[in-house]
Design a protein around this ligand. Structure first.
Ligand code: NAD
Ligand code: ZN
Ligand code: ZN
Length: 336
């Protein structure tokens, strides 16, 4: 099968032939139809973060495809069904996090396309229990971005506890941000979109953003404070500066949800402001299988729109460059 492989951190990916893997106990073999390109895959290939993946590995954790074979202990009824393969590829199912609805915090977790091979390939293996069924009404090309960008920002809006008529500022209108905006609206919030590219802000307006700010040409903190400040800020851009701006754009009692993962990201927070303004700062990592099921249900009901363009596996390095150049509206999806 064809796969895009990281052979060395920081080097271009190599598209090459590798053997089709065989499902072990509890696993399914999935023939991929669509595989989204998350900015995380670029961080992974570059080794941007403190915990680094070990080459050679196959990135990709927005995989959607059909179950083609099942390993021991897996219900054969899964054969032929369409499933999503998210970042949370496996969790222990028994620890205090797993049993309390926080499987995303499990210390035994395995991460698709990072600690185990992922979805930039014609086939991949997945732990059957951590795949999520894709409803018929959701095409694979939409389901792929929902599998990480969708579930992550849906969870961020949940964690923020967005209430109707609150003002929600979304920093970064890329793959994650364009969906964050929509979930904030589903929750009843008014929205402010912040990006450094005018095209992304035009997209945000099409998706219903109430206000937009170009952080390259204007000060988003001043612009959002002029509106009364944000009740919630969701930081998705891989830029440390935008985290500081997101924090400073909050009104008293505001909540900052940190989602983006910039390389060497440090967020200096003025303790005085944090305390006097009663601000909360929380990190949010992807979402659970239940969250993804809800994301698919919302999409099947027509409540969200995925903005994506198709690419081929052979174009993976050019696609990474496109994402980094800020010209992508809003997600690229490898179609097989
Ligand atoms: P993306 O490249 O599609 O989107 C990033 C957006 O930020 C782009 O639109 C870009 O123009 C914009 N941007 C860049 N600099 C900016 C600035 N200074 N101010 C405002 N906007 C700016 O990336 P993505 O796939 O949406 O991922 C974003 C980040 O989220 C990455 O760091 C990724 O690793 C991380 N991520 C986190 C989780 C999680 O669970 N916490 C899940 C998925 C991705
Ligand atoms: Zn992702
Ligand atoms: Zn666990």
């Amino acid at each position: 099968m064809k796969a895009a492989v990281v052979t060395e951190l920081g080097a271009p990916l190599e598209v090459r032939d590798v053997p089709v893997p065989q499902p072990g106990t509890g696993q399914v073999l999935v023939r991929l139809e669509s595989s989204g390109i998350c900015h995380t895959d670029i961080h992974a290939a570059n080794g941007d973060w403190p915990v680094k993946p070990t080459p050679p590995f196959i990135p990709g954790h927005e995989g959607v495809g059909t179950v083609e074979a099942v390993g021991d202990g897996v219900d054969p009824a899964l054969l032929g069904t369409r499933v999503a393969i998210p970042w949370l590829g496996h969790a222990c199912g028994e620890c205090s996090y797993c049993v309390s609805g926080w499987e995303t915090l499990c210390e035994q977790q395995r991460n698709t396309g990072y600690s185990v091979d992922g979805c930039y390939a014609e086939h991949t293996l997945a732990d059957a229990r951590y795949t999520v069924p894709v409803p018929d009404a959701v095409p694979s090309t939409d389901a792929a971005p929902l599998t990480c960008a969708g579930v992550t920002t849906y969870k961020a809006v949940k964690v923020a506890g967005v209430r109707s008529a609150e003002r929600v500022a979304v920093f970064g209108i890329g793959g994650l941000g364009h969906l964050a905006l929509q979930y904030a609206r589903v929750a009843g919030g008014f929205t402010v979109a912040v990006d450094v590219e005018d095209d992304k802000l035009a997209l945000a307006r099409e998706l219903g953003a109430d206000h937009t700010v170009n952080a390259r040409t204007a000060d988003p903190v001043a612009a959002i404070q002029a509106l009364g400040g944000a009740d919630v800020a969701i930081a998705t851009a891989a830029s440390p500066k935008s985290f500081e701006q997101a924090f400073a754009s909050l009104r008293r009692g505001g909540r900052l949800v940190c989602v983006g993962l910039p390389a060497d990201g440090v967020l200096p927070i003025p303790v005085f402001d944090l305390v006097l303004k009663g601000i909360s700062v929380v990190g949010s990592i992807v979402g659970t299988r239940q969250d993804l099921t809800e994301v698919f249900a919302l999409h099947a009901a027509g409540r969200t729109k995925v903005i994506a363009q198709a690419r081929k596996l052979d174009e993976i390095n050019e696609s990474f460059a496109e994402v980094l150049s800020g010209t992508v509206p809003a997600r690229l999806v490898i179609e097989f």
